[in-house]
Design a protein around this ligand. Structure first.
Ligand SMILES: [Zn+2]
Length: 354
């Protein structure tokens, strides 16, 4: 959801954006590039970090873009023009979503280097890439239907989308190096600290360089839109919004003038203002959901016009359903709402006493 208080943030680079196939240095040895995405969210930011491993100077890539010809071609331009003749030594994926890990299989094969990622996200990516779970298909359609998404056209589209993840992540490397919370990794002259975050992906790893006050935030902190936090069919009773809000607290100790390098939008300062905005945003949404459920029992589809004021296409509707369930589930797990399954098979949430 768009940030109405974006003016509280500061964009040190102004409106400058790296053109496809080029990079912009945002800190010494840290280069910013963008790849196109075929969604409403039209781009992803990726990062090149100067590195040195086993006596060889080269680069670490952070996040990959989705698998398609345009992204591969953009990478080839980067390789030809931006690497100063040095090799890629490692690929880090902040998490398992297609825009982040999609081309890891190709990049690691192309450069004969290792993928570094959390174990949870590595395994989730392998599973999803084999279309055994997630993001569409029969189980997903049944799950959304049980939360009120009964429009036959929408259900049919979700059901038919079993291959959605695999279309953008056709393969995942066969081996990886595990990133864990609190681990420090040396990339070139810098030490980067891994900070695990939850609620957006199974185990998202953000990277913090405390010395130089740099924060590669992945999708956990974005300047312009709120991070997607959704309940999925594979874990139908989960409480990802509570996990997400808890995870935000892990970024509070960072320095006030930290430069945030997010996966979408532009590099910014004002991290603590953004953390406060995100908490306030979700507090307001939770209050709206409570108010609606106090009037009558509601299912998640009832919450779409409460939470989202704009018209949603199918892609947005499934994201929005996941988010609506996440808000309901936080209140349910906190004991503020109860849920009942109606004779129509739909889960409804109400503020009545247990
Ligand atoms: Zn993501």
């Amino acid at each position: 959801m768009a940030n109405p208080h974006e003016a509280e943030l500061n964009y040190p680079l102004g409106d400058t954006l790296p053109a496809v196939g080029t990079t912009i240095e945002v800190a010494p040895g840290v280069r910013w590039l963008r790849m196109a995405l075929p969604f409403a969210l039209d781009h992803i930011n990726l990062w090149l970090l100067e590195d040195r491993q086993d006596g060889v100077d080269g680069w670490t890539i952070v996040d990959c873009g989705i698998t398609n010809d345009a992204t591969r071609a953009a990478w080839e331009q980067i390789f030809a023009n931006e690497l100063q003749g040095r090799p890629v030594l490692r690929v880090i994926a902040t998490h398992m979503h297609p825009d982040h890990i999609g081309l890891a299989h190709w990049l690691t094969a192309r450069w004969q280097c290792r993928l570094w990622v959390s174990a949870t996200d590595f395994n989730a990516a392998r599973m999803s890439s084999q279309s055994t779970t997630g993001f569409g298909g029969e189980q997903s359609a049944l799950f959304f239907a049980s939360h009120g998404l009964t429009d036959p056209e929408a259900v049919a589209k979700v059901r038919g989308r079993a291959n959605y993840y695999a279309s953008m992540v056709p393969a995942v490397p066969a081996s990886f190096r595990r990133l864990m919370d609190g681990q420090s990794i040396d990339i070139g002259a810098r030490a980067w600290r891994c900070v695990a975050g939850y609620g957006h992906a199974p185990e998202h790893i953000a990277l913090v360089c405390d010395n130089d006050k740099l924060f590669i935030s992945g999708d956990m902190v974005l300047p312009r839109i709120s991070t997607n936090v959704s309940v999925h069919d594979i874990e139908p009773e989960s409480d990802p919004l509570a996990l997400y809000l808890d995870s935000l607290a892990r970024y509070e100790p960072l320095a006030a003038d930290t430069l945030v390098l997010p996966s979408h939008g532009k590099p910014f300062t004002g991290l603590h203002a953004r953390l406060r905005q995100l908490r306030e945003h979700h507090d307001e949404r939770l209050a709206d959901v409570m108010a609606a459920c106090a009037e009558r029992p509601c299912h998640a589809a009832d919450m779409l016009p409460v939470l989202f004021k704009r018209k949603l296409d199918l892609h947005q509707t499934t994201f929005a359903m996941g988010e609506a369930i996440a808000h309901l589930h936080l209140l349910w797990h906190a004991g503020r709402l109860v849920r009942r399954r109606g004779t129509d098979g739909l889960w409804r949430f109400s503020a009545e006493r247990k």
